[in-house]
Each structure stands twice: as C-alpha cells, then as structure tokens.
Design a protein around this ligand. Structure first.
Ligand code: HEM
Ligand code: HEM
Length: 176
C-alpha cells in the first residue's frame, strides 16, 4: 500500500516559507553593505544617502521577515509534523541533516534577534555578534545544499523533489 501523504509531504506553507527564506537570505547578502553604512552613520551620528537608508531599512524588514518565517515553519513542523526521513540513506547522513537543520534554525533565530537588539539598543557588541553568525550560516547552508543534492543524485530519494512540489494538497501530518 502506498505511504500516506502525511508521511511523505511537506505542507505547502512550509515549502513556500523555505524558499522565501532562501530568497531573503540572498537579499540580505546584497543589502548588507548599505546596512553596515547605515549602522556606522547611526553610531557616529552622521547622515547617509537616502538610498542607503532605504536599502538599510530593507535589511531590517527582510531580516525580521526571516525571523517570523522561521518561527512559522517551526510551529508548522511541530504542529502538523514533517515527512519521515527516507529509508536506505546511511544513518550518519540522516544525523548530519538533522544537526544541520537544527543549527540553521538556531542561527535564523539568533541572527535577526541580535540585529534587532543592536538596532534598538544602539549597542555595537550585539551588532558584532550578529555579523559573526554570517559565516557559520553560509557554511551550514553549503553543507545543506550538498546534502540536498546528494539525496537526489547519490541516494536517489525524493527529498529534494518533495521540497520543490509547490502544487499539492495540504493534509494534516502525524510525526516530527
Ligand atoms: C537572518 C537575518 C539576517 C541576516 C542573514 C543578516 C545578515 C547581515 C550581514 C551579512 C551583515 C553585514 C556584515 C558585515 O559585512 O559586516 C549584516 C549587518 C547588519 N545587520 Fe543584519 N542580517 C539579518 C537580520 C537583521 C535584522 C533583523 C537586523 C535589525 C536591525 C539587522 C541589523 C544589522 C546591523 C545593525 C548590521 C551592521 C552590523 C555592523 O556593521 O557591525 N540584521 N547583517
Ligand atoms: C539560505 C538557504 C537555505 C536555508 C536557510 C535552508 C533551510 C532549511 C531548513 C532549516 C530545513 C529543515 C526543515 C525542517 O526540518 O523543518 C530545510 C529543508 C530542506 N531544504 Fe533547505 N535551506 C536553504 C537552501 C536550500 C537549497 C538551495 C536547497 C536545494 C538545493 C534546499 C533543499 C532543502 C530540502 C530538500 C529540504 C528538506 C529536507 C528533508 O525533507 O529532510 N535548501 N532547509
């Protein structure tokens, strides 16, 4: 008998939010230079170009959206469950995936929170910690992408395609 859909599919909202976060992280890479200029100007009490200000505020808006999106994903994941990890994949690979996902989520919460703390308190130490997490995030995302591609091309599972299936039925699922 075919597996029930709740065991094999991500919810639609989870898929859309996954790709929204990917897009916004690219945006954060692009707009970060303006954010740094805006931050420096704010710290020194000087003026910046209007364009820099807008793009800097874009950084704050996009970063806050990432925080909310990650939160909704996590709630959805625990509330409705996530598809089971595939059979036939070495257990070290499944564990590596779990640890990578956990650490990515952790950074997606910690990094924007530190950015907001820095912005609203004016404390540069928070800003430095905020910046510190950028490289670990990139390393984790690189491992994650290699893992997703390995699932598809090496282990030949449906893990990648089920994260790319935008049009599907939403069913309540059972396990985490
Ligand atoms: C996951 C979400 C976010 C990511 C990936 C991100 C990424 C970055 C990056 C790459 C930089 C530039 C670091 C550098 O080159 O020195 C930066 C700077 C900064 N970001 Fe974010 N950011 C995020 C969310 C936020 C939020 C929500 C705020 C809220 C205000 C914020 C405030 C800042 C500030 C103040 C700086 C300047 C730090 C400094 O120059 O020391 N960020 N961010
Ligand atoms: C900034 C980039 C990315 C971030 C922050 C990110 C984050 C995440 C996180 C946290 C999960 C775990 C979901 C959960 O267990 O609740 C996940 C799942 C997944 N991601 Fe990404 N991801 C990124 C880019 C990508 C890319 C580029 C691909 C495709 C090559 C990809 C493919 C997948 C797949 C297939 C899953 C599902 C894994 C499974 O079913 O066990 N991700 N992603």
């Amino acid at each position: 008998m075919a597996q029930a859909s709740f065991e094999t599919e991500w919810s639609r909202i989870n898929i859309w939010l996954h790709w929204l976060i990917v897009l916004l992280i690219i945006v954060q890479y692009i707009d970060s230079e303006s954010m740094v200029s805006l931050w420096d100007a704010t710290q020194q009490g000087t003026q910046t170009a209007q364009f820099t200000k807008y793009v800097g505020w874009g950084h704050i808006a996009a970063g806050s959206t990432i925080l909310v999106a990650a939160f909704i994903r996590l709630v959805d994941r625990f509330w409705t469950g996530r598809p089971v990890h595939p059979q036939g994949v070495p257990s070290w690979a499944t564990w590596l995936a779990k640890i990578t996902h956990f650490l990515i989520y952790a950074i997606l919460f910690v990094m924007p929170s530190l950015g907001l703390l820095a912005w609203f308190t004016g404390n540069d130490t928070y800003a430095q910690y905020h910046t510190f997490f950028w490289t670990p995030l990139l390393v984790l995302v690189a491992v994650h992408i290699i893992g997703a591609l390995a699932q598809h091309f090496v282990f030949k599972t449906n893990v990648l395609t089920r994260m790319l299936t935008f049009k599907k039925r939403y069913r309540r699922r059972g396990r985490c």
